[in-house]
Write a protein that binds this ligand. Structure first.
Ligand SMILES: Cc1cc2nc3c(=O)[nH]c(=O)nc-3n(C[C@H](O)[C@H](O)[C@H](O)COP(=O)(O)OP(=O)(O)OC[C@H]3O[C@@H](n4cnc5c(N)ncnc54)[C@H](O)[C@@H]3O)c2cc1C
Length: 605
């Protein structure tokens, strides 16, 4: 693999380049101010959200908006907005920490994320000065509530197939909107709606038509809401359909340019996905706390269930996956933050710099969405299991958390769509020459065919893990190269081979996770050695052990399905070679992790 170590990588570049572990931001690095903010948000969740859960779940009128307003009074709806509009302009890592801490609050998490993410960002990114000044200050104070209306009954994942229409009137003063939107979060109490529609009609020159965005306001004639949806979870989050019947929208409410709505829709979703992953992380860590507490308290067979190996396995695995997610979330937050700072220093405007930074790391945002939502689903499922019958009871919060978790794999782009985004992004970067897969591809081929290993000299305590990570990347390069070759020779049409795309995305996700955790543990061992480094080592080694097995399985699936039979033995032997990692006593590793959690009685990392 190329051996130049980068301090800060470009989007997707981690696939081919290592980065400097010392430069990685890890949660252990939080400063005093960030820890104070964390405490403030945690207190808010415990005092102003959780006690009202039952009433929120019943969608008690005005309750969730009033909680949003209280959060706004503390300044938390504008921490990502410029001071000139009344925001706090906090750095991206601190904003991520806020989303992480809000994570356990179920329906309120969704309300908050919709307001501050997909609700406010379209206007911040694409609004005119007039639009920004009109809406954003009041969204920051909570006076205005926001929603984002992309999905329609017949267009969900295929969002650009929306049928809603916008036709410019003869006077050229208003667009006339007709259509229907579905699954709109915050719709029940929102004042402002970003609505996507197809501009067409006689008054519109062809070059000024197509998918576009508009700002609609509550109370516009012809604009109505459906009833609240009856949902599996997040029952306290308002979700409704909206209907537009000849709604007259002033031309001044066009957001961005006609025909460029797809840019707004997708670029806003990048950060929406990241925010979702960060909140899933907070939700997962809170559930780990609850799992440990319960396992210590609950006795069966005259002893706490925490004594049982089966339960310790679950606790440790919950912690490992949360740790992996936490590392990935803050790693991505730092990448986005660095890019924002760089763009701003080049003179880019506030919103534009945020937009470009999120665009740069679209691939990583998709990873965070997938990893966050799948970790939360795993963790909450095992929490129910650890609680046994009490996990199935509506008396505590576990059953609700179980139901609330499931939506995260569906909205903000399903996890299947996000896996496609990851692969499409890699292929696009490679085609544009921004991600050189050829050079490492040739090196891997040389190593496999001629036994010429590249000059990799890893030293120190984590040399084996560094080598293993480098080898995992070789697997990916090998598989990506094969897929690309088969596609270029016309043997397969990659678009029609989604199984291979899903598999390749999974390998990319494994690599991002292992690399992040390796860097975090190396940094802790060096800079935070008063911490129990042996526990962090156990996390790292267990992760790599499991990851190697998963990559071998995924890689074998690809080779068995897509590689010509004559070449299969060479590929399988390459796979085996590059997924080798010394055997670990992972039972002991997990027991050690669980013992630490039990002693600390929480998610202790
Ligand atoms: C509670 C809730 C809140 C929501 N909030 C909002 C909101 O505020 N604003 C908004 O605009 N939307 C919102 N949505 C809509 C949400 O974003 C969509 O539900 C989601 O994008 C999936 O679309 P769909 O439901 O139509 O499923 P479909 O697109 O019909 O997908 C069904 C299945 O097919 C798979 N699939 C679809 N296309 C492909 C493909 N090309 N390749 C492989 N698999 C594919 C999907 O992954 C999924 O598994 C919300 C939805 C819910 C349930």
């Amino acid at each position: 693999m190329p051996d130049t170590i980068a301090k800060h990588l470009k989007g997707g570049e981690f696939i081919i380049r290592p980065s400097e572990y010392n430069a990685l931001f890890i949660p252990e690095d939080f400063n005093e101010e960030q820890l104070m903010i964390k405490d403030t948000v945690r207190s808010f969740v415990n005092q102003e959200v959780m006690p009202y859960t039952d009433r929120i779940e019943k969608l008690e009128e005005g309750l969730i908006p009033s909680i949003l307003e209280k959060f706004a009074e503390l300044g938390f709806l504008g921490t990502h907005m410029p001071e000139s509009l009344g925001g706090g302009d906090l750095d991206y890592i601190t904003n991520t920490l806020i989303g992480d801490e809000i994570g356990p609050s179920g329906s309120f998490t969704v309300t908050y994320n919709a307001q501050t993410g997909i609700g406010m960002l379209p206007i911040l990114y694409y609004g005119t000065e007039e639009q920004k000044n009109k809406y954003l200050p009041k969204m920051i104070t909570g006076e205005l509530k926001a929603s984002y209306c992309l999905t329609e009954p017949t267009s969900g994942s295929d969002a650009l197939a929306a049928k809603s229409t916008a036709v410019l009137n003869d006077a050229g003063t208003h667009y006339i909107l007709n259509g229907q939107k579905m699954w709109i979060t915050n719709a029940g109490f929102a004042d402002v709606f970003t609505v996507f529609a197809q501009v067409s009609g006689n008054n519109q020159p062809k070059e000024q038509s197509g998918f576009s965005a508009f700002i609609l306001e509550k109370g516009m004639a012809g604009f109505t809401l459906g009833a609240e949806e009856k949902k599996l979870g997040i029952k306290g989050s308002s979700t409704r359909q909206i209907y537009m019947e000849n709604v007259q929208v002033p031309v001044g409410n066009l957001l961005g340019e006609v025909g460029k709505g797809h840019l707004i829709a997708f670029n806003v979703l990048n950060i929406g996905r990241f925010k979702l992953g960060a909140s899933c992380l907070g939700g997962a860590k809170k559930l780990v706390d609850q799992s440990v507490e319960y396992a210590v308290e609950r006795e069966q067979f005259q002893q706490p269930i925490a004594n049982f190996g089966a339960i310790q396995y679950k606790l440790a695995e919950q912690a490992i996956r949360s740790f992996v997610t936490e590392t990935a979330v803050y790693r991505t937050a730092q990448l986005i933050q660095n890019a924002e700072i760089q763009y701003k220093s080049q003179g880019m405007e506030f919103g534009q710099s945020k937009l470009e930074a999120a665009k740069e790391y679209a691939l990583e945002c998709s990873i965070i969405k997938i990893v966050g939502s799948e970790t939360l689903d795993y963790v909450v499922d095992e929490t129910v299991q650890i609680y046994g019958g009490m996990g199935y009871s509506e008396e505590g919060h576990i059953a609700r958390a179980y139901r609330d978790s499931r939506i995260n794999r569906i909205f903000e782009g399903t996890n299947e769509i996000n896996r496609l985004v990851i692969l499409n992004t890699v292929m696009r970067l490679a085609m544009k020459g921004q991600l050189d897969l050829m050079t490492p591809g040739m090196a891997v081929q040389n190593e496999l065919m001629n036994g010429v290993a590249p000059n990799e000299t890893f030293s120190g305590k984590y040399a084996t893990e560094q080598q293993t990570l480098s080898n995992f990347k070789k697997v990916l390069i090998m598989l990506l190269g094969t897929a690309a070759q088969e596609a270029m020779s016309g043997k397969i049409d990659l678009k029609e081979e989604q199984e291979i795309l899903m598999n390749l995305s999974d390998v990319i996700i494994e690599i991002f996770n292992v690399e992040g955790v390796l860097m975090r543990v190396m940094k802790i061992a060096e800079q935070y050695n008063s911490k129990p480094v042996e526990i962090y080592d156990a996390i790292l080694k267990t992760l790599i052990h499991d990851s190697a097995a998963r990559i071998l399985k995924t890689g074998t699936d690809i080779v068995a399905s897509f590689v010509a039979e004559a070449l299969q033995p060479a590929f399988i032997s390459g796979l085996r070679k590059f997924t080798k990692y010394p055997l670990q006593n992972i039972k002991e590793n997990r027991r050690r992790i669980a013992a630490y959690m039990i002693a600390e009685k929480n998610y202790p990392f």
